[in-house]
Ligand binder design. Structure first.
Ligand code: ADP
Ligand code: MG
Length: 294
């Protein structure tokens, strides 16, 4: 295994007009690592994730994928120039994205949805695309839905199709933006279970999530963002069990409070803690016992 990060952000910044929404993000993701991004709404998590595959063009710093600069090339005078779409596609090819709102095409069958990126982005035949798409559907337990249309599937099944579509391109890194936050609480677990099994297979993942208990158990590294910056980053045992910054303590407090409350909440919002059921010492224990970090 190479010691080079598979994905690396160096002082990445992004502005929308005069508003600087990412303010110098540094992040190393090693092959096989699970990195979760947490933080309040509007802190820049989605933007950071989208800059990692140039769905958003970052405008400061550098993003490196497997040792290649993403999005730009340097000319002789150390100025950088936007790369061609073709080169960008080539550099980002190992990286696949799973979206919060699934983004399936309603007029296409499940199989066609999963095969589409293969047909569009790689020069492989229809038969081969179909074979790979079916294998990806099998991986998420939905090969029997291949001929169904997305509207006939539950939200959980639709997101599993979203994951299959990402898997079909045989990515080396998966980016997941709140993959369960559009789901009713009872459908969250089937999606988390698929993500867990990908993690067990060694897939490298960067995931934005509000499922704190899941993040604590699955992550090698947790990154807490606020106002476009990384406030605290480290192994889950530190972030959840031995929090260093007051701001993260404050952010996590509602989660700990809910976990301690005698009546478990199951409100279907993005901060849903229905799967938590842990008090702080238990949380610390679980991340110590099951955290995948060294
Ligand atoms: P998060 O995912 O943490 O909720 P986002 O990355 O979506 O945060 O947003 C970070 C900030 O950038 C927010 O203030 C948001 O309003 C702003 N923002 C996001 N996308 C755009 C856009 N396309 N145009 C202008 N502002 C945007
Ligand atoms: Mg977001």
């Amino acid at each position: 295994m190479s010691a080079l990060p598979i994905l690396q952000l160096k002082a990445v910044g992004k502005s929308y007009g005069a508003t600087r929404v990412l303010k110098g993000i540094d992040l190393d993701v090693m092959r096989g690592e699970i990195v979760t991004l947490i933080g309040p709404s509007g802190s820049g998590k989605t933007t950071a994730l989208r800059c990692m595959n140039f769905l958003e063009a970052y405008d400061e710093g550098e993003v490196w994928i497997k040792g290649q600069l993403l999005g730009y090339r340097l000319n002789g005078r150390a100025e950088r120039i936007r790369d061609s779409d073709e080169s960008i596609a080539e550099v980002r090819r190992p990286v696949a994205m799973v979206f919060q709102q699934f983004n399936l095409w309603p007029h296409m069958t499940v199989l066609a949805n999963v095969a589409a990126p293969l047909v569009l982005s790689k020069k492989i035949g229809k038969g081969e695309a179909r074979r790979k798409a079916l294998a990806a559907l099998q991986r998420v337990g939905l090969e029997h839905k291949a001929d169904a249309y997305p509207a006939r599937l539950s939200g959980g099944q639709q997101q599993r199709v979203g994951i299959a579509r990402a898997l079909a391109i045989e990515p080396e890194v998966m980016l997941l933006d709140e993959p369960t936050s559009a789901l009713d609480p009872e459908l969250v677990e089937e999606v988390l279970s698929v993500i867990r099994s990908l993690a067990q297979d060694g897939m490298t993942m960067v995931m934005v999530t509000h499922e704190m208990s899941f993040a604590a158990k699955i992550s090698d590294k947790v990154v807490f963002m606020e106002a476009g910056k990384i406030v605290e980053a480290g192994p889950p045992a530190q972030l959840f069990g031995n929090t260093r910054t007051p701001r993260l303590q404050q952010f996590l407090k509602p989660w700990f409070d809910r976990s301690l409350s005698p009546t478990p909440t199951s409100t279907p919002n993005a901060d849903n803690a229905a799967t938590t059921g842990l008090n702080p010492p238990e949380a610390a224990l679980i991340v110590t016992v099951t955290g995948r970090g060294a």
